[in-house]
Design a protein around this ligand. Sequence first.
Ligand code: PLP
Length: 460
Amino acid sequence: MASIFQPVRQNGTNPSTASKVLHPNIYTPNPKVVSAKGSYIILDNGSKILDASGGPGVVCIGHGNTEVRDAVVAQMDRLSYCHSLTFANEAAEDLAREIVDSTNGVMARATIMCSGSEAVEAGLKLARQYFVDKGEMQRVHFIARKGAFHGTTLSSLALTAKAAVQKPFEPIMLNDNVSFVSMPNLYRGMHPGETEAHYVDRLARELDEEFERIGPSRVCAFVAETASGTSMGCLTAPSGYFKAVREICDKHSVLLILDEVFCGMGRTGSMHAWEQEDVYPDIQTVAKGLAAGYAPISMLLMNQRIVDTIQAGSGFFNHGHTYSSHAVACAAALAVQRIIKRDNLLQNIQTTGDCLGRGLRAALGDHPHVGNIRGRGLMWAVEFVNDRKTKEPFPLKERVASRIKSAGLKDPWNIALNAGMGTADTIAGDHITITPPYNITVEEVELIIDRIKGVVEEVL
Ligand code: PLP
């Protein structure tokens, strides 16, 4: 019997040895990682897990890169931290120049923080400040897209149209200032017989009507992921969609914010995902691929029009964090970016991404529960359905993606996959995403496909 000196938790673990980290499932800690190298993660039970997802698309140059480690140590020897409100530091200056230059003049300045949600929040504030500095105080509204994921802090959560993550917090979010239009979805959104061009027209009309409904002069910005990440399973837009969006934003003098926290920094095969959409954002976020997991870092980029307006107005962006422009994080990101460039990894993303897409379709395309396989570059998703003909999703309680993810971590599969939310809108709903490092080999891609095929056939 448990005495008051040896309390026993609900699941029988002794609190003195139980994890003190609040894991997603409080009573079931996640498998513990002891080390990682290249494309593999080693667990404390000795399992060697093939990292096919790099977390949510974070690990872009593999694990345990010693060049990045050396750059971080060298930076720490010089300077770890100084407050960005008082001082500039060389690593932040070099990183901002590197990323701004990579936009070929589209973006003019960058501000650096620690997470994707922070970058999105800062983007909303920057858009608002742009209009305040222009004297358009009535602009308070943001339009985003249903099913999008933009983060988990209160304002970024307001744009994250996912009931499963919003529900408890709705009463304290900025809902009144946000509304939603349809997410382009070639698999589920097109009407039977509709062409891609007609679908784009319909989506554009819906957006324009939403501007009219809100009153265009009340809107600050339209916010969209250029290609959606884990949340909607690597959805890319139909061709011409972002061009139409840009035209509508311009017509109403509204800013276009492209959230490339997930899809930016090479993931789709170009440094910026918008390069493939023939469109320029006014404000852009990037994060995961920036330091590839070697440091928590994100960046907000803005064009010259915004810089000029703020310079002529209040004179400074009224925003910042204690850890803005953190020197060590910037040094890690710089080292990662130089490796991506030097090793021509964008080319490898295109080659191995093609293999991954083709291989997934060949291995799983005929499976009775695989509805759609889609992606671009090295971000791919497999969407599962209860019925291929009707596209009926699995019932929410089945949490198919979560079951595949858990089974994948066990022998003989030993593969880390990401479980997305998607149509079913549970935390781990109806699709898995595969987002391996940019330096993955064709042989490793083939191994990933074999193991995914095995685990899917075991679970479904
Ligand atoms: N925006 C997008 C498109 C994302 O995919 C994510 C995270 O997955 C975020 C924002 C939030 O980033 P973070 O989890 O670093 O706060």
